[in-house]
Design a protein around this ligand. Sequence first.
Ligand code: ADP
Ligand code: FRU
Length: 293
Amino acid sequence: MRGRSAGPVLGVGIAVLDLVYEVAVYPAEDDEVRALAMRRVRGGNVTNSLAVLSQLGHDCRWVGILGDDPAADLILADLADQGIHAREAMRVPGGTTPTSSILLSRGGGSRTIVHFRDLPELSADDFGRVSLDGLAWVHFEGRNPLETARMIRRVREEAPDVPISVELEKSRPGIEALLHGPQLLLASRAFARAGGREDPGDFLEDLLVRSDARLCVVAWGADGAAFLARGGQVQRVPAYVPTRVVDTLGAGDVFNAGVIHGLLQGRPAAEAVVQAVKLAGLKCGHPGIVVER
Ligand code: ADP
Ligand code: FRU
């Protein structure tokens, strides 16, 4: 499944300190329970996806914002360990790095996330200083839409041949601004539902019409995923079920990386999505964001 791309993959989005507590079952409000295990690790959607792409053999670069605290040092050390260049990341003097407290239920692998951030978002002016030379791909998190739309326009104008993907995980005001420019839209079920869509096919047909993307994909949790390429029909891909689901944290990030990986390998959309579903399913069978052992 490995395959190095012609140039680096640039990911733009967040890096987070994840405090992950494994519990036997998800507690009730006001309960006091003991965790079975605990880990402090780097998380964040785009950096998780880059970690997967790096494991799959791609050169990866990250741009985003960190605080000025030990959590930022831990994140930078982890990115360096994973071979992800973060030299263009910004640090906010006196800032607190975003942190998530996460309960992972061993009962069924669910993950419940309480996320804290008070750092400013990366601006288009910040991104304007980032080199686009030689890139094979740019992947954006769908956040801070108006600024991110300006970043997408810059890539379109200055590096018109570089494919762009955008993750649509949460419905945010102004998110429609991100539907024009990227070739690939990677949506979540939560995003589809926030727009009133309970059926992945209906959601994708509507999304494709509203965008100029060539391919729209939606991850649908334990039900797998669906995709629609321009000029084609909606296709559904059932989940790849691991022997036991132990950790679904970051499954969507692994899935997104899998689709990008497949397309970078020159595979047709159907093969890229099937491969992504397999990677995400395998990931759910073991702890952490590891796709190859
Ligand atoms: P997120 O991490 O954003 O909540 P999803 O829950 O939609 O993302 O999961 C992303 C992908 O991971 C799905 O499309 C599916 O392929 C896989 N996946 C998620 N949960 C399971 C599960 N319980 N069993 C097998 N595969 C799963
Ligand atoms: C998983 C994740 C975590 C992070 C949170 C941010 O997809 O990226 O690593 O804490 O989501 O929303």
